[in-house]
Ligand binder design. Sequence first.
Ligand code: ADP
Ligand code: MG
Length: 421
Amino acid sequence: MNKEEIDLHASLKKYFGFSKFKGLQESVIKSLVSGDNTFVIMPTGGGKSLCYQLPALIEEGTAIIVSPLIALMKNQVDAIRAVSQHDGVAHVLNSSLNKTEIKQVKEDIKSGITKLLYVAPESLTKEENVEFLRSVTISFMAVDEAHCISEWGHDFRPEYRNLRHIIKRIGDNIPIIGLTATATPKVQEDILKSLDITDANTFKASFNRPNLYYEVRPKTKNVDADIIRFVKLNEGKSGIIYCLSRKRVEELAQVLQVNGIKAVPYHAGLDAKTRVKHQDMFLMEDVDVVVATIAFGMGIDKPDVRFVIHHDIPKSIESYYQETGRAGRDGGEGHCLAFYAYKDIEKLEKFMSGKPVAEQEIGHALLQEVVAFAESSLSRRRFILHYFGEEFDNETGEGGDMDDNVRYPKKQHEAQDNVVV
Ligand code: ADP
Ligand code: MG
């Protein structure tokens, strides 16, 4: 190790208590601290935050971190404050602060104490904030959840579109690091263009999750019974069941309860207190199963979720990947079971019909991929990874036989059944 590497490892230990970098972290950090634009694509849980937090802590000046979710910003700020001498080391700048608080934030930045300043993109459009940030030393800008820039991403935020313009105003030569867990080539291209960092050093981690088993079954009117049977076979294990509608969530949770399964519902229509209660019951293992809409999962880190069931097929491969990705975080078993009926695709198409045409076209294209995936008789892992621009050989790749199609090839089955001896 050279001096720079020794220093980085020392800082990793000092600030985060880790003795090793995870995956591509060290290369990413070296790229950023050398002043290059940098682009990071890593699956959720890959350790993206540290790629900007560590450089921010060791560089001169303040790093600006753009992030779409206030709750996530607060979590990060608390975590960093906990390992630092001074609360001013990290701040959030948003509309909820009063005058005195804003004054304090600005003083801390000017005095050089603040190493990380988290901002929502809306706050950056405020003229007074831009003016202020122009007048202080900025180490770099990090754009977390950078897929929010792209209409092809799952979480498009129009305010993200202006970021390049604002960053240029804050300073001309500020290095930019963009980070996302969205791996589709289209979204990546959008991010690089929109942030004007096509020169960026790009670091992409593999999206393969070798411990997850992928399975798609036809959805019939007996789907509830199928789910009950599956959950009973996996008694005592933690699982998430995703449904499209709140109504279905409530119904299915009840059906499971009646059948002696410890389950709770979770969706955005429940009051905040109930949501927190049900989430905690799942985390504390008072219940085995949470039946939920996609409102459940963001930022939830239960390492030993053993199955994720899709009662309704998701609207994109990305959503499917994110949601199934909540299984087997600890590296142990994770069974991903999706129920599929073409009828549900038509339902999803219908939901979009009120939207602007451009949005409908994108939605339709994304759904066609879901159909292709669900109806495929080839390696599911290979399909998913190909979708993310990654070549995968299921003969040699890790987890290559971990799906229904590879393990129980359909064509041969049918062929055998038809053989008349
Ligand atoms: P992402 O933003 O990519 O989804 P996070 O930044 O939230 O991932 O990190 C996921 C988890 O990995 C966190 O619990 C974090 O503390 C942990 N982590 C990050 N870097 C390391 C490391 N070098 N060694 C061990 N754990 C790490
Ligand atoms: Mg993150």
